[in-house]
Each structure stands twice: as structure tokens, then as C-alpha cells.
Design a binder for this molecule. Structure first.
Ligand code: T1G
Ligand code: NAD
Length: 655
């Protein structure tokens, strides 16, 4: 039986190694193992210091989230950490990979911390609806300034080793072998004397009440109805105003209360749902095509983003545009995207240059002869896309995967434009394609298991979240969004105004309401999509003309200075537009509606019931493999509040 914690002693230094693949998540056995290791170290007087390290790819990545659904079993992590602090000798944490949550709390209980340069350290508990439950909010402000502690604990974002060194979270960044340098640090510490335990040190800062009130206002606004960020701030406040032992107790009580909350259940559900999206049975054991060389057709908004995403994953990309001038513009777009990533510190200068060296924009299809996969992202026009596919069929290898990024068009029809339809799939990226993680993989009837397996392999390579979708109008996300977008327009006809619908959605936890989103994306795309079936729309089908009338007036959104809202002098935030209200009132009168007021709850009830009904239809028709795939799609592609788990979770649906 392998034990998750082992102790070896050399020259008076105990090397305590944790080994619990894949991410050294803290289990009950590990907590017991660490406690036993402290006892072993304390009992062996030949030991003068201890180094805590982890095997595998990362330091401890936090408590085992799978244990959260069950009652916590002793020994409890806070007690294990107090034992380390009280140990006879000093402990040094040697951190590589990601020290997260309970993993960082474990390191904070040590007397010193050294990290590898690429290590990241964070307290992501708020992303799971929790607060740190093992002293993180008590020890952190005793090492770093309060604002740094607040940023880490209330956003859950990890910090890189260099930043951690700067803030005082760690003492050293290793230059060479991490464990060797940790041992050397332990020897030095032993000579200079064990430092005081972190929880015994005074807080670095004790801000006044005005500071806390200001912070709470900012964090509550940013949390948009999620409780844990505000709870985390309150825990930090207690850590510097209560006696330490009371602060530990208060933090633990808060953690246990939140652990049983609905929001924590929803966030835990989403954590696993996005990592376990459904795979088509027919791809089991099927090897994907190699994915070294890609082609992209169309270098506009989506094509440039898709190309950048592929370049960032290490692929080589040949992009084809209509003309040499359009190709040059596409090259600038891709270069700009990569430079943006570099400026945000996500990409080194060298990596950016290397990526661009793997990119070329062309105005002929000749460059596509050796591609493993080609994704088209030309205008949303079936005739044009069919032309592109027949051209790809002519120039590409017979085994090259051909994919379309279409939002709404029939992928089966596109597949029929090639002589080998089995290699055609849909890869529906979301804008901006190099940032949004969701990727709907659309399965046409003729798609081969190898083509589908390659789609999923591409998603993994691009670090996207793949969701399998069947062929229908809008696949999973756009189909459900179109349904509730229609319902919102009906609500306008019956009495509400765009700003009231958007306010209700923001209160529910959306970052933006549906009308502000349409103005940002442009109303003309959906307008073109609505016009396509107009001729065959059943006469008795309720259809709102409000959006069409806005588009006919040229109100296409922010890009035209006016849409559902008015955008004075290119302002980003729109203001209610009397012209829009006038059209709404005219439509209500034309349809004979006596307008009535709507509360935010009434608006959200209408939206959610339509969203959930369409989601159930998507599931029943087999367009989505499972309910949690629909929730992942709506959270990651359409801004459904993550702390509510998704429309199916919110409706009580469980796979
Ligand atoms: N518990 C259980 N399983 C976990 C896990 C965890 N904390 N983290 C990852 N896994 C599984 C994951 O489901 C997947 O499983 C595999 O490991 C690889 O993960 C007391 C209470 C560490 C950055 O929130 O952020 O500590 O699918 O695909 O992309 O105060 O995993 O292979 O079967 O994500 O390389 C705080 C969550 C917990 C960290 C690695 N910790 N994990 O990313 O791999 S709360 C977290 C991550 C806590 C304390 C509180 C990432 C990663 P499978 P992966 P990755
Ligand atoms: P876009 O207008 O920004 O870019 C389309 C590009 O295709 C243009 O640069 C155009 O020059 C090029 N093009 C046209 N015909 C071509 C041809 N024959 N050969 C090579 N290039 C050609 O459009 P977009 O927003 O990038 O959308 C592209 C596709 O992606 C559409 O099918 C759209 O529905 C889909 N999509 C868009 C979004 C979005 O939010 N914009 C999201 C997902 C999917």
C-alpha cells in the first residue's frame, strides 16, 4: 500500500514527501500522514529541521473537493497545520506547480517558504463558494499587506512566484534544484533559529473601519450575488480584529456554513461538469489525427482569434483570406492578439515571436495541401461556405479534418459539399476565440469517430472546454439563447422596457443583460438569422417585430452608435433611447397589448422557464449528451451566473 506521506532523514534534515496523484489533493489519509510525520520528526532528536515537498507535477492543490459532499473526518486540516507550527523544529515548504487552497494553507503553517520560479500560489476557495477553511485568512495578513491578502482571497486568483516573493508570501524563489535549495534553507534556518510561527506574528496592517466598508462595497458589486467573496473579506476583517484563536474558530465556522450552501454545491458541480463534459461513445479508444499543422479560412473576428488560439498552443497555422490585402489585415489582427497576450504577461516576447514565426497569411488555398485540420470562418453564408468546402475538398489531404465555425448553418449540408463527408465536423468557437474556453463540437450525421476524436483532441490542445452538440439551428447555446431572447422581446411587447429586462438579469447575476449584449455583438447577425426562415415561419407563430424595426432603422448596436440603447459619442455604456421606447409602445398597441409593469422576479421567471424548457428539448432530442453539458455551455458561452450552476442545475435537474 503506498502511503501519501513519507519521511526520509539525511544529515539531520527530514524530507517529508507528499505523494497523492494527480494533484496531491488533501485526503483524510494525507492529513493523518502529515500529522504522523510531525510526530516522527518531533520524536527523532537527530532531526534539526524539516522540508515539506510533493512528488508529481504540483505541490498540494487543495482539499479533495470530492470529500466536500461528506461530513469532514478527523484529523481536520486546521489541527494538522497547528501541529506543524508547534513542531520542535522549523519546517520549510518547497513549492512547485500550484499551491492552492489547503495546499497554500499548508505552506503558510510552515516556518519558511521557497518556490520554483514557475510556481503559482493561490486561495481559490471563493470560486467554489467557500472561504479558506484552514487558517488561510488568518495567516495570510501576517505575511502580506492587507490589499494583497484581499486580492488573493476575494478573487481566488493565484499569484506567480515572483509576485509572491515581492509581497512577502514566500521567502525565496529557487534558482536551481528546488529541494536542494529548500534543504539548504532549512539548514540555515536551523542555525539562525526557528522563526516564530506565522499565526503568532502580528498582522502586517490593521486598516480602519472606513477601509473595510469601502472594500465591502467594491467586492459586493463585483460578486454580483455570489456570497463567498464578501464572506472572505469578512473573514480577513476578523483575522485582524479578533484574538487569533477566535479568528481561527470564526473562519472555520464560516467555512463549514458555506460548505453546505447552495452556491457552494452549484460551484462544485460546475468545477467537475466543465472537466467531465460528455464524450461520444464511438470515440472511445479511437486515435485522433495528428494536430501539428492547421489551416484557417477567413481572418476576421473569429478566424484571427482561432488562429491565435492555435498558435498559442504551439500549432503552425496557414490562414487564407480573399485577397493579399485582406491577408495582410488578418496578419495584423493575429499579431495584435498575440501582442495583447504578451502585454498582459501571458506570453513572453520570445514565445510571441516564435508563435508569429509559425503563422502565415495567404490569398490562395495552395498553402493548405499539407494541413492536418482546416477551420473555416468566412461570412455566415451557406453558398459561400459550400464553395469554401468544395475548394478545401480539392486542395486538402483526403484525411485532413475540415471544420466549420458556423453559428447557425446546417453542418450536414456543408459536409455534403465534400467527397469525404466523414471528415467534416463543426467547431463552434465563441468570441473572442482565443479567450473564451467553450467549444461546441458539432456532430454531423456522417462524421467519423476519428474526426470527432480529433475535434476533442484539438479542444484539449487549445485548453478549451469541449461540448458535443448535435446538428440543429444554433446547436446548444445559440438555440437556447434565441429562445429566451424571443421571450424577452415578448415581455417588451407586454409592458417592460429593455433596461428593466437587463436590470433583472444583472440582479440575477449576469454581468450584462441580453439587450446590452446584443448591442455589443451587433444586432445584424441575429437579424440575418431571423430572415432566413421568414418565408416558412408559421402564420400563427408569435413573432416580435421590434428587433427587426430597429435593424431596418440601421440601429445595429454599439458599432452604429445606436441599438437597443443610444451610445453618445462612442460611449461604451448605452443609455435608454426614446426612439426605441416609441417603437416598443407602437408594437404593443399594434398587437393590442395593454402594457403592464413587470417586477424583476417576474422577468427572470419568464426567462428561466423558457430557457429551461428549451434546454430540456435540447436534451430530449439528443442535441446535448447530458444536462451538465448544457449548464457548462450556458455558463461558459452565455454568461449564466456560475454560482447558480446553470439553467438545468437551477431547475433541480441532475444527470
Ligand atoms: N480535489 C479533487 N480533485 C481535483 C482537485 C481537487 N482539489 N483539483 C483537481 N482535481 C482533479 C480534476 O478533477 C482532474 O480529475 C484532475 O485532478 C486534473 O485536474 C481547506 C477547503 C490544480 C490547477 O480549488 O484548479 O482547499 O478529470 O484537469 O488543468 O481551505 O485542477 O483527471 O479525473 O484541472 O492541470 C482548493 C482546484 C480546494 C484547486 C490543475 N483547490 N483544481 O489543473 O488539471 S478547496 C482548488 C485546479 C480547499 C481549504 C479549502 C486544477 C489545477 P480527472 P485538471 P489542470
Ligand atoms: P467577419 O466578417 O469578421 O470575418 C469573416 C472573414 O471571412 C472576413 O475577413 C472575410 O474577408 C473572409 N472571407 C470571406 N469570404 C472568404 C473566402 N472566400 N475566402 C477566405 N476568406 C473569406 O466574420 P466573423 O465574425 O469572424 O464570423 C465568421 C464565422 O464565424 C461566421 O460563420 C460566424 O457566424 C461565425 N461565428 C461568429 C461569432 C461572432 O461572435 N462573431 C461567434 C461564433 C461563430
Amino acid at each position: 500500500m503506498t502511503f501519501p506521506v513519507t519521511v526520509t532523514v539525511e544529515n539531520g534534515i527530514a524530507l517529508v514527501t507528499i505523494d497523492n496523484p494527480p494533484v496531491n489533493a488533501i485526503s483524510q489519509a494525507m492529513r493523518q500522514g502529515i500529522l504522523d510525520a510531525v510526530a516522527t520528526v518531533d520524536a527523532d532528536t537527530s532531526i534539526e529541521a524539516a522540508v515539506l515537498t510533493c512528488a508529481g507535477r504540483t505541490f498540494v492543490a487543495g482539499a479533495d473537493i470530492r470529500e466536500f459532499g461528506k461530513p469532514p473526518e478527523p484529523p481536520h486540516l486546521p489541527d494538522v497545520l497547528l501541529a506543524i507550527e508547534a513542531s520542535r523544529v522549523g519546517w520549510i515548504a518547497a513549492i512547485h506547480g500550484t499551491a492552492l487552497g489547503g495546499g497554500l494553507e499548508l505552506a503558510l503553517a510552515c516556518h519558511g517558504r521557497i518556490a520554483a520560479p514557475e510556481a503559482k500560489l493561490g486561495l481559490p476557495e471563493v470560486t467554489l463558494g467557500l472561504v479558506p477553511g484552514a487558517g488561510g485568512t488568518v495567516r495570510l495578513p501576517r505575511l502580506v499587506a492587507m490589499q494583497d491578502a484581499i486580492d488573493m482571497v476575494t478573487t481566488g486568483k493565484p499569484v506567480a512566484a515572483a509576485k509572491a516573493l515581492e509581497t512577502g508570501l514566500i521567502d525565496r524563489v529557487a534558482k536551481g534544484n528546488l529541494v536542494e535549495e529548500a534543504i539548504a534553507y532549512a539548514v540555515e534556518m536551523n542555525r539562525s533559529g526557528k522563526p516564530e510561527a506565522v499565526s503568532k506574528r502580528p498582522p502586517r496592517e490593521t486598516p480602519d473601519d472606513v477601509f473595510w466598508r469601502e472594500q465591502e462595497k467594491t467586492i459586493a458589486a463585483r460578486a454580483r450575488g455570489q456570497d463567498s467573496p464578501v464572506e472572505a473579506l469578512q473573514a480577513l476583517h476578523g483575522s485582524v480584529t479578533l484574538p487569533v484563536d477566535k479568528a481561527f474558530d470564526a473562519e472555520r465556522a464560516r467555512f463549514l456554513r458555506l460548505r453546505d450552501s447552495h452556491q457552494a454545491a452549484a460551484l462544485r458541480y460546475m468545477f467537475f461538469a466543465e472537466r467531465n463534459t460528455g464524450r461520444p461513445r464511438e470515440t472511445e479508444g479511437v486515435d485522433p489525427q495528428p494536430l501539428g499543422k492547421a489551416g484557417v479560412i477567413g481572418g476576421g473576428t473569429m478566424g484571427a482569434g482561432i488562429a491565435a488560439s492555435m498558435l498559442l498552443s504551439g500549432m503552425e497555422v496557414a490562414l487564407v483570406e480573399q485577397t493579399a490585402e485582406a491577408a495582410a489585415k488578418a496578419n495584423e489582427r493575429v499579431d495584435g492578439i498575440l501582442d495583447g497576450s504578451r502585454k498582459r504577461g501571458l506570453l513572453s516576447d520570445e514565445a510571441r515571436d516564435a508563435a508569429m514565426a509559425r503563422f502565415a497569411a495567404h490569398d490562395t488555398y495552395d498553402a493548405l495541401a499539407d494541413r492536418d485540420i482546416v477551420v473555416e470562418a468566412v461570412f455566415e453564408d451557406m453558398d459561400l461556405k459550400r464553395e469554401v468546402f468544395s475548394e478545401l475538398n480539392r486542395v486538402c489531404r483526403a484525411d485532413a479534418i475540415l471544420a466549420t465555425n458556423t453559428s447557425y448553418l446546417d453542418v450536414d449540408e456543408l459536409a455534403s459539399a465534400t467527397s469525404v463527408p466523414s471528415r467534416v465536423i463543426g467547431l463552434h468557437f465563441f468570441s473572442p476565440a482565443h479567450i473564451m474556453k467553450l467549444l461546441e463540437i458539432v456532430r454531423p450525421h456522417a462524421a467519423s469517430p476519428s474526426a470527432l476524436a480529433t475535434g476533442f483532441a484539438l479542444a484539449k490542445k487549445l485548453k478549451k472546454i469541449p461540448v458535443l452538440a448535435g446538428v440543429c439551428d444554433g446547436f446548444i447555446g445559440n438555440r437556447i439563447m434565441s429562445a429566451y431572447r424571443r421571450e424577452c422581446d415578448f415581455i417588451l411587447e407586454e409592458g417592460a422596457l429593455p433596461q428593466e429586462v437587463d436590470a433583472a438579469m444583472r440582479d440575477y447575476g449576469y454581468a450584462m443583460g441580453i439587450y446590452a449584449v446584443q448591442d455589443m455583438a451587433g444586432l445584424d447577425i441575429a437579424w440575418a438569422m431571423r430572415k432566413r426562415p421568414a418565408a416558412t415561419r408559421p402564420a400563427d407563430e408569435r413573432y416580435s417585430r421590434i428587433a427587426d424595426r430597429l435593424c431596418e432603422l440601421g440601429r445595429h448596436g454599439r458599432k452604429t452608435g445606436a441599438g437597443w440603447y443610444a451610445y453618445q459619442d462612442g460611449a461604451k455604456a448605452g443609455r435608454p433611447a426614446p426612439a426605441v421606447e416609441e417603437i416598443i409602445l407602437e408594437e404593443s398597441a399594434r398587437l393590442g397589448y395593454e402594457r403592464k409593469p413587470f417586477t424583476a422576479d417576474e422577468i427572470m421567471d419568464r426567462i428561466l422557464s423558457v430557457m429551461q424548457a428549451e434546454a430540456r428539448a435540447v436534451l430530449d432530442e439528443g442535441i446535448a449528451l447530458k444536462a451538465s453539458d448544457i449548464d457548462v455551455t450556458m455558463v461558459h458561452g452565455f454568461g449564466f451566473p456560475r454560482h447558480r450552476g446553470g439553467p438545468m442545475f437551477a431547475a433541480g435537474y441532475r444527470d
